[in-house]
Each structure stands twice: as C-alpha cells, then as structure tokens.
Ligand binder design. Structure first.
Ligand code: NAP
Ligand code: ZN
Ligand code: ZN
Length: 351
C-alpha cells in the first residue's frame, strides 16, 4: 500500500476537505497513474451530498481522470510509463456476464465497480476517485488519450463525453434528423458537439438566456428558451430524438410532446426524485422514453479516438482543488461554462 492524498466528503452536509488514505500497490495487471486533471461531474455533487441516498463516507469523488502512467505491473502490455491515459466512471466489472462480454461493462449483470463509492474488488474497501494525487487501475479499464488533444479538456470526455456519445450512437443519430439537447451543462454541451459532429440538425433547450450565444457557438443550429411557453409550443411534434441532460427535477412531459411519431427521448440526467410521465404523451404517437448509462470501455475508447480525429474536447474552466465547494454552488445555479476541471497540482501535499 502507499499513502495518497485527496479531497473527501465525510458527511452529506460537510464540505469536501483534504483526506489521507492508502492505495494498493501496483499488481501485475495494474497501471498506477499520477493524476493531472479531474473533471467535476454533477454526479460528484449528487454523491458527495448523498442525493442518491447510497453514498458511503468518506467519499472521494471524481471520475473524469487524465494522468500519466507512473508504473505498470508485470503483465501490463498496453501501457508504458509516461503514457497519457484516462479513467472514467468504471474501474472493474465481473468480465464474465453477457453485458461484460459484449463490452457493456456499465450494464454488468453482477454490478460494475464505480471509480468511487464502488465496492472494490481488490480488498473489502470502497473505491476512491479522481480528486486525488494518484490512482491504481486494472489495465482493462484504462483508456488511451489521443496525444493531439489538450489533456485538461479531455478529462470531461471520460464521463460527460461518453454519456452523450453512447446514446447518440445507439439511437443512430445522424443526417436528416432533428435532435434536441436539453440543458447546457457538462453533459449537454458535449451532446451538442457530438450531435452536430454526427450530422444532425441540433436544437438546444436551455433555461438560461445567457447561454444562447454559446449554444450556437458550440454547434446548435437553434436555441430554444424552455421557459418560454410559446417557443416550446412551436416545437411540438418536430423531433426525432431528444437527449435530456438536466440534473434537477423538471417537466419531462414538455419534451415528450416535442417528439414526432416514433420519436425517442433519452434521459441521461439523474435528478434525485422520480419524474412523473404522462402516459398519453407516450401512447398517442408511439413515443419512447428511455435511459442510458455512461458507456462501456470499448465505446469509450472509440469516443476518445473520434474526438482525436475530429479535434473535439470539452470547454473547461480550471479550478484549484480548494475551490471545489464554490464550483458545486455554481453548478447548482446552472453557472457552468461548461465543465469545471481540477488542476491536481493544487492538491495539498499532505492531508
Ligand atoms: P451540470 O453541468 O450541472 O448541467 C446541468 C444543466 O441542467 C444545467 O447547466 C442547466 O442547463 C440544466 N438545469 C439545471 N437545473 C435545471 C432545472 N431546474 N430545470 C431545467 N434545467 C435545469 O450537470 P452535468 O454534469 O452535465 O450532469 C447532468 C446530470 O446527468 C446530473 O444529474 C448527473 O448526475 C447526470 N449524469 C448521468 C450520467 C449517466 O450515465 N446517465 C452520467 C453523468 C452524469 P441550462 O442552464 O442550459 O438550462
Ligand atoms: Zn459523471
Ligand atoms: Zn459483468
């Protein structure tokens, strides 16, 4: 074991604070990574504050990790010391069930191991995430980062990127389709970029008038203010596909009504409480309401390669580790542009 420092929440109402803990030594299949940058996902906030009611404390959040390989285990073939690598929301899974064999480790039938707040398969502890100096991960769950991209702006691709890329690919979004993205936060801004890159006509729905210009710059063909009832009414029945990336409770039926016959609304945002769904909104036009969870390891690598080829990264705002609570408060006010990324060099040397 080696001593590591990080930032942890110790209770739902306690601010994150420096935290010392131990990581396992590098096993034969392991890659030890010195973390350079970690993105700040709204899920980190949900979990740190126990909004999904499953947090185990102390909790070290962070699952948008980019760093350099510091050490490799004796059986590691795919990585070398010094490589730029990424780790997303998964650090392990059973690897034998049908979903794992299909490369959908996020749907592991025996439960995937989350990068934080997960049941560690290496011992009986809980996993600690990327708000930390270093992490040790099995090589099967480590991603290669394209070397032509800014590493800090790659970090958010590991969750916000794959969570939007995966459903847009699965539902085959592309040319000839009118696609809505709801909420211009970390996920939503990647959704806009990918939907545009895949050739769809992209419409952003936002509650923030201040984000209209950015929405267009990021790739939307049109921006609709979702608080304007007339603007919403004009969009009724006009969408093939809508991706909803809103972190808070909101009226999902307002978006179901915007789908064409046989259209699909995919929910990736994960508010803490159930969303009431009007069945008539679904059955009148044979609409579908679905969900999607991050993405598996093969598809995450595919997404990173796609981003390398097309020069796609997140729009980021760099923060110091000790600014994390202020960043959370801004997220709660929808004041993100469009992903906070922590510079891990600002982590205190000793907790
Ligand atoms: P974020 O950066 O905070 O963005 C959320 C955006 O939602 C806000 O910027 C805002 O955009 C909009 N919004 C916020 N409150 C709203 C309200 N009351 N009504 C309508 N719109 C509102 O969050 P994120 O990191 O993108 O995460 C979004 C959600 O996805 C979170 O719940 C997170 O836990 C979840 N998530 C799910 C997965 C998955 O696998 N499915 C993966 C990662 C994250 P506007 O200002 O444009 O309205
Ligand atoms: Zn996330
Ligand atoms: Zn499995």
């Amino acid at each position: 074991m080696f001593a590591c420092t990080g930032y942890a929440a110790t209770a739902a109402d306690a601010p994150l604070a420096p935290f010392g803990f131990e990581r396992r030594d590098t096993g034969p299949e392991d890659v030890r990574i010195d973390i350079l940058f970690c993105g700040v996902c709204h899920s980190d906030l949900h979990q740190a504050r126990n909004e999904w009611r499953n947090t185990i404390y102390p909790c070290v959040p962070g699952h948008e990790i980019v760093g350099r390989v510091a050490e490799t285990g004796s059986s590691v073939t795919r990585f070398r010391t010094g490589d730029l690598v990424g780790v997303g929301c998964l650090v392990d899974s059973c690897r034998t069930c049908q979903s794992c064999r299909d490369g959908f480790e996020q749907y592991c039938e025996n439960g995937f191991v989350g990068t934080y707040n997960g049941q560690d398969r290496h011992g009986r502890g809980i996993t600690f995430g990327g708000y930390s100096r270093a992490i040790v991960v099995d090589q099967a769950f480590v991603l290669k980062v394209p070397d032509n991209l800014d590493p800090a702006a790659v970090a958010p691709l590991l969750c916000a990127g794959i969570t939007t890329y995966s459903p847009l690919r699965h539902w085959k979004v592309g040319p000839g389709q009118r696609v809505g993205i709801v909420g211009l936060g970390g996920l939503g801004h990647m959704g806009v970029k990918f939907a545009r890159a895949f050739g769809a006509e992209v419409v952003l729905f936002t509650t923030s008038a201040s984000k209209i210009e950015d929405g267009l710059r990021l790739g939307a063909h049109q921006v609709v203010l979702s608080r304007d009832p007339d603007a919403m009414a004009r969009e009724t029945g006009r969408f093939d596909f809508i991706l909803d990336a809103v972190a808070a409770n909101h009226d999902i039926n307002a978006y179901l009504n915007l789908l064409k016959r046989d259209g699909t609304l995919v929910q990736v945002g994960a508010p803490e409480d159930p969303l009431p769904v009007s069945v008539f909104g679904l059955l009148m036009k044979r609409r579908s309401f679905a969900g999607s969870l991050i993405g598996g390891i093969p598809e995450t690598q595919e997404m990173l390669n796609f981003c390398g080829e097309h020069g796609i990264t997140a729009d980021t705002e760099m923060i110091r580790m000790d600014q994390i609570e202020a960043a959370y408060e801004r997220m709660l006010r929808s004041d993100v542009k469009y992903r906070f990324v922590i510079d891990m060099a600002t982590l205190p040397a000793v907790a």
